[in-house]
Design a protein around this ligand. Structure first.
Ligand SMILES: [Zn+2]
Length: 226
């Protein structure tokens, strides 16, 4: 365990970065009911990353609500904190991609999209400017974000994410649960979450408009005469 002491300074640094992201996502309402988890990689070999602890309110995240874990999601030093079961998914993504940060949020629109397109296995997003926010710059780009079943068995869920992830697309949706998105840096991972959430929001509203021929949201009635 003492092998990892030298991470101490880095851990404070990443705790600050994770708190900054959590505070920003909180303003957007993306971390409700203690849900969601956020991590930043500290070391590649051996894999060590800092992750938000289980059960903590991410909407008022404290710097000491973050613990450092290894590839098996075991804390690398004594702590009263527990990593959430979903930490295994972060580990899987770090092992399979060049991610330096993995962010997981539950939002209404990612839940709606994950259910709407579940039967297709993915949601296709095309020709939207914000696809560039995912680092995909080709004109008229078309991407498919995988959607997987929300298995209660987390090792199975992690394996399925590993099987389905597309190296070109930095995110995977879990049915009626949320999204895991990642990037090489915390800044990039945050941008990817924001771009994907914008695209899901647009897609849901667009489908609602074109399917029903009217806006999906209740429009306030025109003021009637007094
Ligand atoms: Zn979750």
């Amino acid at each position: 365990m003492t092998d990892y002491q030298f991470y101490q300074e880095d851990r404070i640094q990443i705790a600050r970065q994770l708190k900054e992201i959590a505070d920003n996502f909180t303003q957007k309402g993306w971390l409700p009911a203690t849900a969601g988890n956020l991590s930043i990689k500290l070391s590649d070999d051996p894999l060590v990353f800092g992750v938000t602890a289980s059960g903590k309110d991410k909407e008022s995240l404290q710097l000491d609500d973050i613990l450092a874990v290894d590839q098996e999601c075991k804390p690398i030093e004594p702590t009263r904190l527990r990593p959430s079961a979903e930490t295994l998914i972060h580990s899987k993504i770090y092992q399979l991609t060049d991610a330096g940060s993995v962010l997981h949020v539950h939002t209404v629109y990612n839940n709606l999209i994950s259910e709407l397109y579940f039967h297709e296995g993915n949601v296709t997003l095309s020709q939207m400017e914000l696809i560039k926010g995912l680092g995909i710059w080709e004109e008229g780009a078309v991407i498919e974000v995988p959607i997987i079943e929300n298995f209660a068995d987390i090792p199975r869920l992690a394996d399925e994410i590993g099987n389905r992830l597309d190296p070109r697309v930095p995110g995977v949706l879990i049915r009626k649960h949320g999204i895991y998105a990642w990037g090489r840096t915390p800044f990039e991972a945050k941008r990817h979450v924001e771009a994907l959430e914008f695209l899901f929001h647009y897609q849901f509203l667009w489908v609602s408009v074109t399917r029903n021929g009217s806006l999906p949201l209740a429009v306030p009635p025109i003021a009637t005469a007094l």
